[in-house]
Structures are given as C-alpha cells and as structure tokens.
Design a binder for this molecule. Sequence first.
Ligand code: FAD
Length: 484
Amino acid sequence: MSTPIIDDTLRRQIADGLAGQFKGDIIGPDHAEYQEARQVWNAMIDRQPGLILRCTSTADVVAAVNVAREHGLPPSVRCGGHNVAGKGMSEGGLTIDLSGLREVTVDPGRQLVHAGGGCLLGTVDAATAPHALVVPAGIMSETGVAGLALGGGIGWFSRKHGLTCDQFVSLELVLASGEVIEVSADSHPELFWALRGGGGNFGIVTRFTFAAHDFGPMMRIGVSLYDEEHAAAALREYAALVPTLPRHVGWHAALKHDMPALPFVPPELVGRRVVMLFSMWLDDAADPAGEEIIDRLCDVGESLVKASTVMPFAGAVQHLIDVEFEDGHRYYTKEAHVAELADEAIDRLVDFWKDMPMEGEVEIIGLGGAIGDVPEDATAFSNRGYLLWLNFAMRWDDPALDGEYIQMTRDAVTGLKPWTGQGVYVNMLNFDEMDRVVEAMGGPEKYARLGRIKAQYDPGNLFSVNANIVPAAVPGVTPAPSAP
Ligand SMILES: Cc1cc2nc3c(=O)[nH]c(=O)nc-3n(C[C@H](O)[C@H](O)[C@H](O)COP(=O)(O)OP(=O)(O)OC[C@H]3O[C@@H](n4cnc5c(N)ncnc54)[C@H](O)[C@@H]3O)c2cc1C
C-alpha cells in the first residue's frame, strides 16, 4: 500500500484541528526546520514527509495519534532515526517525531530509570553515569532508545545483563485509540510480552521505566589491531576463546575498511585497513582480575598495536564509533546469527574484507551469556541462543554505487550461509528483507501470538510503518496492509 499523501489542504486542516491542544512543532515543507527534521541516519533514505508532528509530551503524542487515526494516516514514528530501513520517516504522509521527549530521571535508591520515548542512548547514559548505574543498551550514543529497546537491544552489557527489553519494568504507551496505558508484567501482561521484541507495532511508548545496574562510571577496555597478513590467525584465536569467557567480559571483532583516529591508535595506523579486536571488562574497572584478562585478550595473535586502558563509559567508550557511523552517508547493513565461526568462514570473511571497496566494517559481535537466560517463549524477542552475531555495516557516498555495493554485501552474506543460523534481528531488517518479519519474530507460532495481540490493541493496523505484524483476523475488522 502506498502511504496516504498529505496535501496543502489536509495540512491546513490538521494544523487548524491541533491549534490550542498541540504544544510541539507542526512542521510542513515550508517550515524552516523541515529539511533538518526529515533527515535520518541513512542518506539513501531521502523522504519528503507531508507533515512532521514533533511532540513534547504524552498529550502531544495522543493528539498526533488521534490525527493519524481520524485522517487514515498510518504514521511513521521517529525516535533516533537509526532504523536501517528508514522506517522512522514517512514518504508524503505523517511522521510523529518524539525528539521532544528526552527527559530522563534516575531513581538511584530503587535502581530505576525513567526515559522519555524519544531518548537517544547517550541521553540515558549521561544521566545514569553520575550514579554509577547503567541501562544495558547499544554500542554508540546516537541510536534511539525506543527503536532499539522495542526490537530487543544488544550491546556492550548484553552478556552480563541481557537485552535492553529484558530491563523493562513498565512502559507508558499511547494506543491507536488514543488511550494511554501503563504496561508491565502485571498490567496488560500479554502486551508486555509483545513489547519485548515486537517493535513499534502496538503503540507509541512515551516513557520507559528500566531496571538499571551498578556500573562505572569507568570501564576497562582492550584493543588490538591486525593487518591483512595476521588477521585470519587472530580471528581463529578469537573464535576459540570467546566460548571460554566469563559473562562479565565482552569481546567483539571489527574488520574495518579504514581505522578511525581513536585515542589509542598511533597516527600511522589511522586510515589503514585493519581488523580490530575490542574487549571490555563489565565489572569494576579497578579490579586487577579485569586488567589481567583484558591484557590476555589483547595478546592474541601478532598485532600491529595493542592497548589496555580505562575510560569513562558514558563520556568516551559510548562515543568511540559515533564518527564512523555518523548521519548523512549512504549505508547498507546486513545481520546474520553465527552458528559456527569455522576456519573456512573466517577465511571468507577476511577475503571479503581485504578487497571490499565500501567503507565501514564487518562486525563479529560477542553475545550469549545472560541473553540466553530468558526462555525463548518469555518474550517476543527470539533466537536468544547465539553466541556470535555478524553485522555487515557498509558505507559510501556516491549514489551511483548503491546497486553494486548492496549486491556485493548480499553476496558476501549468502556465501556465509553454511555457517549462519536461523532467524534475523528485527532491528536490522533492511528495506529488502521485509518478507523476513515472521522469521525475525521467531517463526509462525510466535508471529500468530503477536498477531492476536496486535488485533486486540491495534486492530486497524494504524502502526504499520515498521517491521509489520498484521493483526490476526477479527470478525468485522479489515486491517490496512502495511505501508512501506
Ligand atoms: C549506527 C547504528 C548503530 C546501531 N547499534 C545498535 C546496537 O548497538 N544495538 C542494537 O540492538 N541495535 C543497534 N542498531 C539497530 C537499531 O536498534 C535499530 O536501527 C533501531 O530501529 C533504531 O532505533 P531508532 O529509534 O534510532 O530508530 P527510528 O528510525 O527513529 O525508529 C525505528 C522504529 O522504531 C519504532 N519506534 C521509534 N520510537 C518509538 C516509540 N517511542 N514507540 C514505539 N515505537 C517507536 C518505530 O516503529 C520506528 O519505525 C544500530 C543501528 C545503527 C544505524
């Protein structure tokens, strides 16, 4: 279905209807902030929404949802704008922008964090760090909390504490009807199950309450870099050691097109094609046991350089890759769970990386640990058992290269099929993978359960600009098909 278009007449009608009740910004194509407001992370997504309603409160979100419902405008919902398929921005229709909902309050006594539905990861980290607390989330500061958490949320602390959605205590949710409800394990439990991995299908979250954990503010990290000659050997050692690590150690690999100027990188290696191993001690940074194990991980293989250091987590570690993945470049990503990081798989990865013309990196993300403590049927999030995930995060600037580079990335992932597992991360579903939503949701049985919950809370499929769950058939209700 194509998204309904908002023309001048409808725009005026909506603006008039919102007068006096909507306190945020009503941004049409003539608004001074329109060009900036329509930008998302991926420059390949160049959409021209008919109207952006930038909300500042739950009441604003209710008003915006009422507009969407009353005018038959399935809205795109934007938090951090990092959705790889660009689902946060509408083409011609309505975008509900939550960037005015970024308040964070920390209750250190109860170790709870209340975060507005438009927060970025960095907003939350900056608020929790002074209390030596952390809400486990992603690996950079600019990703939106809402998109990330509702689809699961993997990152530095996943091995120790599980996914971001595993930290949900309660959520304030604006339903398609405009009703505001509080969802928790005790209140709307079936919906709570669905929100832990089911994405933005069920309403707009205006406030998350997360369980926070003691950490920091300092973090011990270790880095080692390898050239083409020694990369495969280092990755083989990595593959052998990852399963032996305690869950308070995280270890990732990144096959980088060009090494950015990070604090621990000597100038002669900046811009070089290298493999980086990145380890982190997820406990007290001053603990000698942390230094010992991080040093040991830095020692694998024949590195060009290695460094073990202590840095503020929120102020430094969480910003290390912000520049590499800044807004405004063309990006194509592809995720796959790793069944086995066999020698041949490593060789294929290294062969691809050695010649890849795209900038960016191939990431091998060390997960496992606490993620798998939660039973598969306890949340909508699925395929918890994998120890390693792969993510191809490719970047370039010339639109003429889109087709070739996308195909090259797809082919690389296809070539790794013998070693990849089942399922795919819903948050990494790209524009060409929307036929994989059932797979991302864990298969037909879980998807059917999600469809029944969707039918109860959003029977008309108003929230369809996402990795869409179609409402299960309800007599007398015809859901709108999902919009792009
Ligand atoms: C550079 C980069 C780094 C990433 N790193 C990680 C990582 O470390 N860990 C990880 O797990 N994932 C990571 N991701 C993937 C990320 O989780 C998804 O792209 C996610 O969709 C981004 O959320 P967002 O709020 O920024 O996106 P947006 O594009 O703003 O929103 C995406 C979707 O989320 C839904 N949504 C947004 N806000 C709300 C809300 N308040 N209520 C209901 N639904 C809402 C909507 O359906 C919307 O279409 C990364 C992505 C990028 C581009």
